[in-house]
Write a protein that binds this ligand. Sequence first.
Ligand code: ATP
Ligand code: MG
Ligand code: FE
Length: 332
Amino acid sequence: LYILGIETSCDETAVAIVKNGTKIFSNVVASQIESHKRFGGVVPEIASRHHVEQMTIVLEEAFNQAELTWENIDAIAVTEGPGLVGALLVGVNTAKALAFAKQKPLIGVHHIAGHIYANRLENEFEFPLLALIVSGGHTELVLMREHGSYEVIGETRDDAAGEAYDKVARMLELPYPGGPHIDCLASQGEETISFPRAWLENDSYDFSFSGLKSAVINKVHNARQRGEHIEKVDIAASFQASVIDVLTKKTKRAADEYRVKQVIVAGGVAANKGLRASLEKQFSGTNISLLIPSIHLCTDNAAMIAAAGTIAYEQGKRSDLKLNANPSLLLR
Ligand code: ATP
Ligand code: MG
Ligand code: FE
């Protein structure tokens, strides 16, 4: 079963071909980071234009690398949301045109289901499982009792983890996207400042990062005003320690409460070395196995969309040519 995946929800134009939801035949990603860098963030209009320019090139490359043709493809899976509407539309319309022209089934996929299924490209799932999603736009704990079923048990009430990383990085004058730069600095510094941890209510699995973000920004701002020297590595280490502490402990508590067999981590922030180490420590020696994708599968790609689309296909889910981009699509 070969599924062609298409992903254009943000600033990566990506096409992939995956066999049986587990084996990658090609996974082509054209990143636009260089074009958005000078604006310090993704500019939606520029993103859409780049997707239009890149799509046919990336598509062709995906077939070339896989050494497959349209005859091999069983269905087309595409990210229908959430994301930037203009960016999503390029992927959705490409997928619809191809589904019509090549007479292939079409499957709309939730971007976060894709991030979750990135893990299945490397390890088989065992249910029930708990997914910690930490990306540029999402921070969520999702319980899965079976394939294709998603129960959101906690989510951020304000900023996503990746968003907080990028905003703090901006304050520290680091290049966009800031997450990897903070990660790198943090490994060279120490937690010299005790920044707040938002635990929220005792039984809550929700997150909040805006208070932490403001605390870090105020600290840096005040130090600059007073002309004091700021040790960027220690600011980064202290900020990262707070994020990781909350993510790790809430994930552990939920994993225990729901007696899951696996904890899987997904989204761009899953690339964070500090977070990976902290989770590994927390779950080592327990009977819960921890899965974290290789770095290139943590950030946006289309293999993960094809992987999630495969399950949907096997469960008989189909979209029709009325499929539309939905920037605020809910995971369920
Ligand atoms: P979403 O998936 O929620 O729609 P997105 O697709 O923009 O958002 P991803 O591509 O999954 O997000 O992840 C990008 C985010 O991951 C950015 O905020 C980036 O700073 C962050 N990130 C990447 N690498 C690291 C790292 N090593 N440490 C911390 N954050 C990181
Ligand atoms: Mg991205
Ligand atoms: Fe993403």
